[in-house]
Design a protein around this ligand. Structure first.
Ligand code: NAD
Length: 498
């Protein structure tokens, strides 16, 4: 058992091994202007270190290196089994340092060390292995042709990929993009969130230790409207693979239109409905999954079940039980191994979530538990799990993504009403339902407007199934073999014999 004090001492050594510089062409490099940003830990509001504030000149250098590496061909033309072997070795090296990655992710995000150890880092390793192993198992195709002609289609890498990711699962979500992009022979420039850059920098250095060619995986840190925007507008970037907010998603589409018409894939927000029908018997299980379906990762999950829709006949029982589960989830020190709810990502974000609670109070809504900050004496950004009852389905709380530990509960009486409420936002990321009726389950699976529908088990998929949304939750898919297509162009070659 490692105490929080021991962990803190170790994490401080780890952080100071990462200079405030971008990682370009196989090494940490000074930036053009030398400016840095303070990196604050949500755990206690203190500064952990400084990160480079990259500008257009730094992004240009990183992209130029990534392009030169791509054009040189060593990576893209490497025999598939060799690229596979290198990526598997890279995964082994991350695994050998998994505890260090877990500590960095914990201190940078404020999420519990138990989560970074058991979920974030193992998932990132698993994702890398999944795509590495796929490299020599994906084939092109030969078209039906006359005997005098051979026509075939091959997948070619796009070139330089820009990866822009948020702060809620920094390494895990980045790897959903990095692994398939590298597996298909592209080179990358990644911009992590300015709030959580540490594991990205360590990852890039680990790639070099693992023998990946310099220039294949580059990391530029800094602000979205500076480094991120420069990447989005770069003429030599062929795709921006993005996870983040709708607002940024719109800016990326504009930047693509204004520059080289690069491709953009968008994994954006959600307001996912979690629907409970009265015919489902095990309401204790529902209560636990409904609570953790929103409170996991302090509610900062794009697929969070932030709207609980409950058939009126079981509303009272469900509310009692979900509230009981929520009241027992107590925010605590992220570095303590026993903690299962940590801090929100930043002071500004905590204030934005609390402002939504104030709005609920002002509108006379009933707050069943939580509704306030916690552990304020630590200087960190903690909040109690919060449940708000009887939220009208058109209320802003039931329409806007809040991205915090705040559950809105709404009653329904009929299947049609449940469906209308569930589909009644601009999003379409995920949806889930609990019912004993097979007919209803499949009717809803068909009618729910969502990229993922979970029946009788919340968030029940893994790397083997595609992940992504409908409507304003974005487009393009991460995870599964389908994700490889995003990082490739299809070229047709047709050879006519004499
Ligand atoms: P954000 O859009 O503010 O930032 C995401 C990334 O984009 C960061 O690296 C940021 O620096 C960068 N960025 C910001 N402005 C930019 C610009 N003008 N040009 C280029 N890059 C820019 O999002 P966030 O606050 O970091 O993350 C929270 C959001 O992410 C939520 O809306 C959440 O739903 C979404 N999210 C979606 C998924 C999913 O898979 N669908 C997963 C996690 C988070």
């Amino acid at each position: 058992m490692i105490t929080p004090d021991d962990a803190l001492a170790h994490v401080s050594l780890l952080v100071h091994s990462l200079p405030p510089q971008p990682f370009v062409d196989g090494a940490f490099r000074a930036t053009a202007h030398g400016e840095t940003l303070d990196n604050v830990s949500p755990r206690d509001g203190t500064s952990i270190n400084r990160i480079a504030r990259c500008t257009t000149a730094d992004v240009d250098l990183a992209v130029a290196n990534a392009k030169a590496t791509f054009d040189a061909g060593q990576w893209r033309h490497m025999a598939p089994r060799d690229r596979k072997r290198l990526l598997l070795h890279f995964a082994d090296l991350i695994e050998a340092q998994a505890e260090d990655f877990a500590l960095l992710e914990c201190i940078d995000t404020g999420k519990p060390i138990s989560a970074t150890r058991s979920f974030d880092i193992p998932q990132a390793i698993n994702t890398l292995r999944y795509y590495a192993e796929a490299i020599d198992k994906v084939y092109g195709e030969v078209g039906p042709s006359p005997a005098s002609r051979l026509s075939y289609a091959v997948h070619e890498p796009l070139g330089v990929i820009g990866v822009i990711v948020p702060w809620n699962f920094p390494l895990h979500l980045a790897m959903w993009k990095i692994a398939p992009a590298l597996a298909t022979g592209n080179t990358l420039v990644m911009k992590p969130s300015e709030l959580t850059s540490l594991t990205a920098l360590k990852l890039a250095r680990t790639a070099i230790e693992g023998g990946l060619p310099a220039g294949v995986l580059n990391v530029v840190t800094g602000l979205g409207h500076e480094a991120g925007d420069a990447l989005a507008r770069h003429m030599d970037v062929q795709l921006i693979a993005f996870t983040g907010s709708e607002r940024t998603g719109r800016q990326l589409l504009r930047a693509a239109a204004d520059s080289n018409l690069k491709r953009v894939s968008l994994e954006l927000g959600g307001k996912s409905p979690h629907i409970v029908f009265a015919d489902w018997q095990d309401l204790d299980m529902v209560a636990t999954q409904a609570a953790w379906g929103i409170f996991y990762n302090q509610g900062q999950v794009c697929t969070a079940g932030s709207r609980l829709l409950v058939e009126r006949a079981v509303m009272e029982t469900v509310l009692d039980r979900v509230t009981a589960v929520a009241s027992n989830i107590i925010p605590a020190d992220p570095l303590d191994e026993a903690t299962n709810l940590g801090a929100l990502s930043s002071k500004g974000h905590l204030e934005a979530v609390l402002a939504q609670v104030d709005r609920a109070r002002a509108d006379g809504l009933s707050i069943l538990c939580g509704g306030q900050a916690a552990r304020t004496d630590t200087g960190g950004y903690y909040m109690l799990p919060t449940i708000i009852a009887d939220v009208p389905s058109d209320h802003p709380l039931a329409q806007e993504e809040i991205f915090g530990p705040l559950l809105c509960v709404t009653a329904f009486d009929t299947d049609d009403e449940a469906l209308n409420i569930a589909n009644g936002t601009r999003y379409g990321l995920a949806a889930g339902l609990w019912t004993a009726s097979m007919n209803r389950a499949h009717r809803f699976a068909d009618a729910l407007v969502a990229g993922m529908v979970w029946i009788n088990g919340w968030d029940s998929c893994d790397i083997t199934m595609p992940f992504g949304g409908f409507r304003q939750s974005g487009f393009g898919r991460d995870r599964s073999i389908h994700a490889l297509e995003k990082y490739c162009d299809v070229k047709v070659i047709s050879h006519t014999f004499g």
